[in-house]
Ligand binder design. Structure first.
Ligand code: PMP
Length: 396
């Protein structure tokens, strides 16, 4: 019989010549376990997904309870289902007043697609503005918004009327005009290698959008659900978006996404022609039940208030001449090395020592540190000592 690894290589689409091929049988909390009992401390969290840890008991319980009722009934809106309705309410309560209308989808890219369609429909405009080094997804619309040319080149023509401006550069804000339907920004850029904007810059961006009637979409797909120490990262910048996108950590390990806006904006989806956005699986009841439990865990287990302290613990210990810079917003963290070659050697050694991490799509000299928010101080100590050992073994 072929092993799972052989079957993967033979029958699953390969997207890189160098897949990691780590075999995992089980995961719990901050750890993943291999077939021979190997243990890996997870500093990736499925790229910001497992914010409450792998298989959080309250998430499992919520899933189990929903499994006993029904799985899938009908496309969006036709049958009232309690899990999405209750989740929509709970999400609204985490957001500034007015952001109380939720459209559920199944992934981050789809949330971005929906948000941009909504902005176009509501404003009657077509231009979308995004930022250098942005990552918003892999579908053709969201791909068009990405700020890295190498990712887009082979797929042109993409969406017309997309303009990219420099991140955190006030001079470029005047390019936002009364032709602009929406500006989309990751509150903290993730795949660019954790780039945190200036607070004043975000506030000026907000002001400019309001002046010209463009909607501000904040992509919280990677930064939301507690990752940065506040439920939404934008809370720390004192700006209020017109549309929020979320996914990843939202489902506690189950697939779900959403775009959220004010009722008067969202209602434009149902006018002329009707059905502005359709999804079969969006708001899947099992994912919504898991998401509601995830939200409650973040709010009731005191995870948010520990994030800054835990990030500081990493920063205090990760001191070595080979580490050039650490950028972070809470537990969304990038540790920069001189080159990809050095970082790759450190990561490979760390994996052998039982620690899983990687680099960023558009920043391959920085190590990702995005553990479950449930990580304990002693697990952080374990992570840091493995990383430092791996550095010592690879850097003279
Ligand atoms: N936006 C951001 C900020 C992301 O980090 C990602 C995923 N890395 C996406 C959108 C796309 O999400 P998905 O992979 O679920 O489509």
């Amino acid at each position: 019989m072929l092993s799972a690894r052989q079957l993967f290589l033979q029958h699953q689409a390969q997207t890189t010549d160098f897949p990691l091929l780590l075999e995992v049988e089980r995961a719990e909390g901050v750890y993943m376990y291999g077939p021979a009992g190997e243990r890996f401390l997870d500093l990736i969290s499925g790229i910001g997904v497992s914010n409450v840890g792998h298989r959080h008991p309250k998430v499992l319980q919520a899933i189990q309870e929903q499994l006993d009722k029904y799985l899938h009934l009908m496309v969006y809106g036709e049958i009232v289902q309690a899990p999405p309705a209750q989740l929509a309410r709970a999400l609204s309560q985490t957001l500034p007043p007015g952001l109380d209308n939720v459209y559920f989808v199944s992934s981050g890219s789809e949330a971005v697609e929906g948000a941009c369609k909504l902005a176009k429909r509501f404003t009657g405009r077509s231009e979308l503005i995004a930022f250098n080094n942005a990552y918003h997804g892999s579908t053709q619309g969201s791909l068009s918004l990405n700020g890295s040319e190498s990712f887009k080149r082979a797929f042109r023509p993409l969406l017309p009327d997309v303009r990219h401006i420099r991140h955190n550069a006030e001079q470029d804000l005047e390019q936002i005009s009364n032709r602009t339907a929406a500006v989309i920004l990751e509150t903290v850029q993730g795949e660019a290698g954790v780039r945190v904007p200036q607070k004043e810059y975000l506030q000026k961006l907000r002001k400019r959008c309001t002046e010209v009637g463009a909607l501000l979409i904040l992509d919280e797909i990677q930064s939301g659900f507690g990752r940065t120490g506040t439920f939404w990262a934008f809370e720390q910048f004192e700006v209020v978006p017109d549309i929020v996108t979320c996914a990843k950590g939202m489902g506690g390990g189950m697939p779900i996404g959403a775009f959220i806006s004010r009722r008067e904006i969202m209602h434009s989806l149902k006018n002329d022609p009707m059905l502005g956005h359709i999804t079969t699986f969006g708001g899947h009841p099992v994912s919504c039940a898991a998401s509601l439990a995830t939200l409650e865990v973040i709010q009731t287990e005191g995870l948010l208030k520990e994030v800054a302290l835990k990030a500081e613990q990493f920063k205090q210990q990760l001191v070595h001449p080979a580490i050039q810079e650490i950028r972070n917003c809470g537990l969304m963290m990038a540790v920069e090395f001189e080159s990809f070659a050095i970082l790759k050697a450190v990561i490979d050694t760390a994996i052998l020592k039982g620690l899983l991490t990687d680099w960023f799509l558009f920043c391959d000299n920085s190590m990702r540190i995005a553990p479950p928010l449930t990580i304990t101080m002693s697990e952080i100590d374990e992570a840091c000592s493995i990383i430092l050992e791996a550095i010592r073994e690879n850097v003279r």
